[in-house]
Design a protein around this ligand. Structure first.
Ligand SMILES: C[S@@+](CC[C@H](N)C(=O)[O-])C[C@H]1O[C@@H](n2cnc3c(N)ncnc32)[C@H](O)[C@@H]1O
Length: 222
């Protein structure tokens, strides 16, 4: 792990060990299915930026699916990063991973990346933080893909039910981690503003869960 770029302790630290079990009890395999949905399309990635990847279940799967990739995993929680490292060590792929203990909204890699992945992470941020994050990432990803998994408010007739589920999750994470965000940010508008184009979407649980694939640089003709 590189030297910490933040002195803040994260509310997610105390969830790191139990995180995958909590998820399995509440959503079964559905969230992991969202995370890996577009993996078959990014096997040629070389330099990936994983923001808020948590305990590294996606990171471990990406390292297998993309044999040439080097991963930079940025997380505000030191414990989550430790869990991620343990997981990739077990599969012997840790030499292709650099972890960065930092606030992802205030940190950028030195060089360019061709893949960005955020799974159930953008929903931790405010609209302003999402806008700043995407603006920064675009500078380092002039031509690449962004894989996203997120909760969403489902269309009618499940709109109110999905709102209640999302509201309940925010309440639970607020209590467990101290997270202050209380509503889903409009990351799609920010991505479009900064030149990303959504090229594929897959929904699960009647629209409550979304897997999305975005691409930058399409309009540049490079
Ligand atoms: C809801 S968890 C999602 C974890 C994982 N991506 C998943 O799919 O389950 C959010 C993750 O983002 C991290 N996180 C939250 N805000 C962050 C920030 N500003 N900078 C970096 N990491 C952050 C948390 O520590 C946690 O690991």
């Amino acid at each position: 792990m590189s030297a910490p770029q933040t002195s803040r302790t994260s509310g997610f630290d105390k969830l790191a060990q139990a995180y995958s079990w909590m998820e399995y009890v509440s959503f079964g395999p559905m969230l992991q299915r969202c995370r890996v949905h577009f993996l078959p399309f990014v096997g040629d990635a070389r330099q990936a930026l994983l923001l808020g990847d948590g305990d590294g279940r996606f990171c471990a799967a990406l390292l297998v699916a993309a044999p040439q990739v080097h991963v930079m995993a940025v997380d505000e929680s030191a414990r989550m990063l430790q869990a991620l490292l343990h997981r990739v060590e077990r599969s012997g792929n840790n030499r292709r991973v650099t972890t960065v203990h930092a606030d992802a909204t205030a940190w950028l890699p030195d060089g360019e990346v061709d893949l960005v992945c955020t799974h159930f992470f953008l929903d931790c941020l405010s609209d302003d933080d999402v806008e700043a994050l995407i603006k920064g990432v675009r500078l380092r990803c002039p031509r690449g893909r962004w894989v996203i998994s997120e909760f969403a408010v489902a269309p009618a007739p499940l709109k109110w039910l999905s709102r209640a589920v999302v509201g309940g999750l925010y309440l639970a994470f607020g209590v467990l981690t101290g997270m202050r965000t209380r509503r889903l940010p409009d990351y799609a508008s920010s991505l479009c503003r900064h030149g990303f184009v959504c090229t594929a979407v897959h929904t699960r649980m009647l629209g409550l869960l979304r897997s999305e694939l975005w691409q930058s640089g399409l309009a540049d003709g490079k």
